[in-house]
Design a protein around this ligand. Structure first.
Ligand SMILES: O=C(O)CCC(=O)C(=O)O
Length: 277
């Protein structure tokens, strides 16, 4: 199948975990009602994006309440679901920023633990140090679907082009990056990063972000987005809660790669990137 409908859910995240889970379920249902076959949630959609909340909101696979809801709804609605991300606890007590991915029968088909932790300090604007609380993941995440291979990364991961090129060299055609940019780096870099990764790799890129809450300790930029292999924006939300549904046409990837064969023109005799683990 060369075309499918992608749905992004941009939801408002509160301090109430149960409410967040309920809201996510409601929005997934709406996206499915609107015809989405692959639905995406934002980064940390069940928990405010703040280190002090992550340990308390963390849950383990497979018994966590958020994880169970995601599996149930993907089965009920017969959709692929990229469950944004949530704080995940392993059996050693490490906490990760993790995206759980489900197929149309509610089976888990992928689990991405954010590889690059968001440790930044932009003077006078924003500081964040995920590594104070979170551990980092160590693997690429690629899932097989009936449409194509789909890559998954989380937020700050998008700033590392090697990761995306590696996924594309492994045959990925669509890359989903649940994210929560902020009011400093969002206006400056958000669109640019999604357009650039799509253009560099001639793939579709998409992200769902939390809706903006001006009273939160970390203010999300919102602007959930889909970019295409030509580097253009296919659709984008504003800062409010909302759902974006767009058709993904995989034929466009083949056409553009035929006309502008940059992946064929790689000088692998001169340079190469490889996975070390
Ligand atoms: O890279 C950025 O500017 C934002 C990253 C971020 O918010 C995150 O990784 O959660």
């Amino acid at each position: 199948m060369k075309k499918f409908k992608l749905g992004l859910c941009q939801l408002l995240v509160s301090e109430n975990k149960k409410e967040n889970i309920k809201n996510a379920e409601k929005m997934i249902n709406s996206a499915a009602d609107m015809g989405a076959e692959l639905v995406v949630l934002p980064e940390m959609f069940n928990c405010p994006y703040n280190n002090s909340y992550f340990p308390k909101y963390a849950e383990s696979y497979p018994d966590g309440e958020t994880i169970k809801m995601l599996s149930k709804i993907s089965k009920e609605r017969g959709i692929y679901l990229i469950g944004g991300s949530i704080p995940e606890k392993d059996d050693k007590g490490n906490i990760y920023n993790t995206s759980f991915v489900f197929d149309k029968k509610g089976n888990i088909i992928g689990k991405h633990r954010k590889i690059h932790l968001f440790d930044i300090d932009v003077e006078g604007k924003i500081s964040f140090k995920e590594s104070d609380v979170l551990s980092r993941g160590d693997s690429l995440t690629i899932v097989d679907t009936e449409y194509c291979k789909i890559g998954v990364a989380i937020c700050y991961d998008i700033r590392f082009p090697e990761l995306f090129r590696l996924m594309v060299l492994k045959g990925v055609k669509v890359i989903i990056v649940p994210a929560a940019f902020n009011m400093t780096t969002g206006p400056a870099h958000w669109e640019l990063l999604f357009r650039a990764r799509a253009l560099d790799n001639q793939v579709y890129m998409a992200s769902a972000a939390p809706a903006r809450d001006e009273n939160a300790s970390y203010i999300s930029y919102g602007n959930s987005i889909i970019t295409n292999p030509w580097g253009s924006i296919v659709g984008k939300l504003d800062e409010k809660e909302g759902i974006l549904i767009k058709e993904i046409d995989l034929n466009r990837i083949d056409e553009i790669r035929e006309q502008l064969p940059i992946l064929k023109h790689l000088r692998k005799d001169l340079y190469q990137i490889s996975l070390q683990k």
